[in-house]
Write a protein that binds this ligand. Structure first.
Ligand code: SAM
Ligand code: FES
Length: 349
């Protein structure tokens, strides 16, 4: 059997829902160029079995760029004094949801830095207002590490989902990306707690973050299989010039789309976005992501006036567009993929 046939057999094995071991994932990752298209083809089939040709959209509301943390890769880290900081008021956030609902969005993702000014009381108020106005909608939170009690209160207020990328499964690698006052252990603990509390939970990592090895990526796959999250967010690392890792090389679109296929095959029913970072590193990145097995897009609903202030990395796309423009543009772009954008909540099956 030739090498290429052997790689295909491994992909077949994964598609039959058989567990791969670390060496098998590693073989695929090291030889992605020989098997990328085949993996995308099978991932597409699996995705169709679960979700047909539907692409779910999530309206992303980036409500604060204040953050107490100093992740070395992140453009809005506390130590970046070049950032013009902003916060949206509860009324402004609800008004973003109003315009999103009008445009057909049925999920709102409230994302921000870890901003202590948004207390549990304030967040409970925002979530309950959105859920009361739009009971047909899901609210997703992406606001980092909080206490168990806080996660519990926000869930009780009506939050349905929570995105908390673990960033890396390797504790040594975590230290290369974060200062010592940040804890890998706590990040993982939060993730498991969110799942226990009944949130549809999203883990994830950056592809090609400085110091990441192929072995780390194989371990990511094993970790995801074990955690079994309902959502997985991955996108290429893209340097931001005003951060400590600003001089590092970006992650690759090809590795990202290949991993999207492996994740789809590993967790067949997972909700998997083709991220803005992927669309930034490659002009056709989001289309390629969808064709590799992703089934979610997260257009921006933040007011146009603040979009260019939520810059996690350089050259972020769509920072000048209005939400309506974004959604029309994406609908046209997705027509070419054979999949179509739908306006439904798009819960995990
Ligand atoms: N504060 C929340 C948290 O920690 O989960 C949510 C916001 S945080 C900016 C969202 C994600 O952006 C991070 O989990 C990280 O993976 C991603 N991110 C940050 N900087 C990035 C960069 N330079 N390139 C690509 N992705 C980046
Ligand atoms: Fe906090 Fe990036 S360092 S959101």
């Amino acid at each position: 059997m030739g090498d290429k046939e052997m790689y295909k057999k491994l992909v077949d094995k994964l598609a039959k829902n058989t567990v791969l071991d670390r060496d098998e994932y590693l073989t695929l990752i090291k030889n992605k160029d020989g098997v990328r298209e085949y993996a995308a083809e099978l991932a597409g089939k699996v995705r169709r079995q679960h979700y047909g040709d539907r692409i779910f959209i999530r309206g992303l509301i980036e409500f604060t760029n204040h953050c107490r943390n100093n992740c070395y890769y992140c453009g809005i880290r506390a130590g970046n004094s070049c950032v013009e900081r902003y916060r949206l008021s509860p009324d402004e956030i609800v008004s973003c949801a109003d315009s999103g609902h009008e445009l057909g969005f049925r999920t709102f993702v409230l994302q921000g830095g870890e901003d202590v000014l948004y207390t549990d009381d304030i967040l409970v108020d925002i979530i309950s207002r959105i859920k009361k106005k739009y009971p047909d909608c899901a609210v997703t939170l992406s606001i980092g590490e909080r206490s168990d009690e806080s996660y519990k209160r926000l869930k009780e207020a009506g939050a349905d989902r929570y995105l908390l990328r673990h960033e890396t499964v390797n504790p040594e690698h975590y230290k290369k990306l974060h200062p010592v006052d940040m804890s890998h252990e706590n990040r993982l603990r939060c993730l498991r707690r969110l799942k226990e509390l009944g949130y549809q939970t999203g883990a994830g990592f950056m592809v090609g973050s400085p110091g990441q090895t192929d072995e780390d990526l194989a371990d990511e796959m094993l970790f995801l299989k074990e955690l079994d999250p309902q959502m997985v967010g991955i996108g290429p690392f893209i340097p931001h010039k005003d951060t400590p890792l600003g001089g590092e090389s970006p992650g690759s679109a090809q590795m990202t789309t290949f991993l999207l296929s492996l994740i789809r095959l590993t967790l067949p029913g997972v909700l998997l976005p083709a991220t803005t970072a992927l669309g930034t590193i490659d002009p056709m990145g989001r289309e390629k992501g969808i064709m590799a097995g992703a089934n979610v897009l997260m257009p921006n609903l933040s007011p146009a006036g603040v979009r260019d202030k939520y810059l996690l990395y350089d050259n972020k796309i769509c920072t000048g567009d209005e939400a309506a423009q974004c959604i029309n543009c994406l609908k046209l772009r997705m027509e070419k993929t054979g999949y179509r954008i739908v306006t439904e909540r798009g819960d995990y099956k």
